[in-house]
Design a protein around this ligand. Structure first.
Ligand SMILES: [Zn+2]
Length: 86
């Protein structure tokens, strides 16, 4: 059974890239969400683990109006481990 690690967003760069880190294995990556999708793995960490992450973001002007974004990496390998947005 594949291990599951929960990633957390630790920061955002001025360019819009988000930095995500896994507290379990130390995996770190820079991520830009679609439509201009981009991913840069900084520290591979445990590539056999499945990585998921959730982030609540405020959308629109109304306070409390929130959207939850999910990050999921299947962890199949460096060439096929593309995250999916669900
Ligand atoms: Zn991990």
């Amino acid at each position: 059974m594949r291990k599951a690690h929960e990633m957390r967003m630790v920061g955002t760069e001025e360019s819009g890239l988000e930095e995500w880190a896994c507290p379990t294995c130390g995996r770190r990556l820079m991520l830009r969400w679609p439509p201009h999708y981009e991913k840069l793995v900084v520290e591979p960490g445990d590539e056999l683990a499945g990585h998921v992450g959730a982030l609540e973001t405020t959308t629109g002007p109304a306070p409390g109006e929130r959207e939850r974004r999910w990050l999921r990496e299947t962890g199949k390998g460096p060439l096929t481990g593309h995250p999916e947005m669900i």
